[in-house]
Design a protein around this ligand. Structure first.
Ligand SMILES: Nc1nc2c(ncn2[C@@H]2O[C@H](COP(=O)(O)OP(=O)(O)O)[C@@H](O)[C@H]2O)c(=O)[nH]1
Ligand SMILES: [Mg+2]
Length: 217
């Protein structure tokens, strides 16, 4: 783990003791309780093209993230807008897949959805069985996450908005983003950096907390 020593790490440590984090530490009673099987759940990572979904999943995945990137060809010219990320040579054609263990017995499976409109037919399948979604937003093109927001709002699916802050762009605070996106007050907004593991974990913890809060008792 590469975030030892940060404040965030200490905070996360309290909330979620990561597997293998402290090898010398005594195991607690509940950890030896074999009846306590790990709970696994699914989380969807959505957002527009180039917003950082593949980076997000790759930053936290314990397993080699499975991505199905394809070299962009002339066929996607004019469909995939490369304006803000001209260096981007690949595009995710199916999905990103990763896994992370929180709190020793909560396993999250992350599914990054392709942002391109031509793949929206997959969304109903993708969200089946998921507890919630992280909707990634880039403040340079907030409108790219409208379709994802509309989709999750329309089906009452819990989500958090993760503003992936690209350096060199204006920094916005959560209330500004909430207003610009008309995000209802109950949906958390996190300002983060998809390349920074600790901020990706923060976003996931926000989502898990939010999903638990809104889940029917
Ligand atoms: N500067 C900066 N670049 C990022 C950040 N997140 C992703 N990138 C880069 O932006 C590009 C698009 O990210 P990617 O994860 O492939 O986007 P996706 O299409 O949503 O999967 C890649 O070149 C990433 O390395 C970030 O927080 N800051
Ligand atoms: Mg991708």
């Amino acid at each position: 783990m590469d975030f030892a020593g940060s404040d965030r790490h200490e905070r996360l440590d309290g909330q979620a003791a990561f597997r293998g984090e402290s090898p010398g530490e005594e195991t607690a009673d509940w950890q030896r309780d074999l009846s306590r099987a790990p709970i696994s759940t699914k989380i969807v990572v959505a957002g527009g093209f180039g917003v950082g979904k593949t980076t997000f999943v790759g930053s936290v995945s314990e397993i080699e993230p499975l991505t199905t990137e394809a070299l962009m060809t002339q066929a996607s010219e004019g469909t995939d807008d490369l304006g803000p990320t001209p260096e981007k040579m690949t595009t995710t054609v199916a999905m990103d897949f990763g896994r992370i263990t929180l709190a020793d017995d909560l396993v999250l499976y992350l599914f990054g959805t392709p942002g391109q409109q031509r793949f929206w037919f997959m969304w109903d399948d993708l969200v089946r069985g998921a507890i919630g979604a992280v909707v990634m937003a880039d403040t340079r093109r907030l409108e790219d996450c409208f379709p994802a927001l509309d989709y999750f709002e329309s089906c009452g699916f819990p989500y958090v908005v993760a503003v992936n802050h690209f350096e060199g762009t204006d920094r916005y605070e959560a209330p500004d983003v909430r207003e610009a996106l008309s995000v209802p007050p109950e949906a958390p907004i996190v300002i983060m950096d998809a390349r920074e593991r600790s901020t990706v974990l923060d976003s996931l913890l926000e989502l898990v907390g939010h999903a638990v809060e809104v889940a029917p008792a």
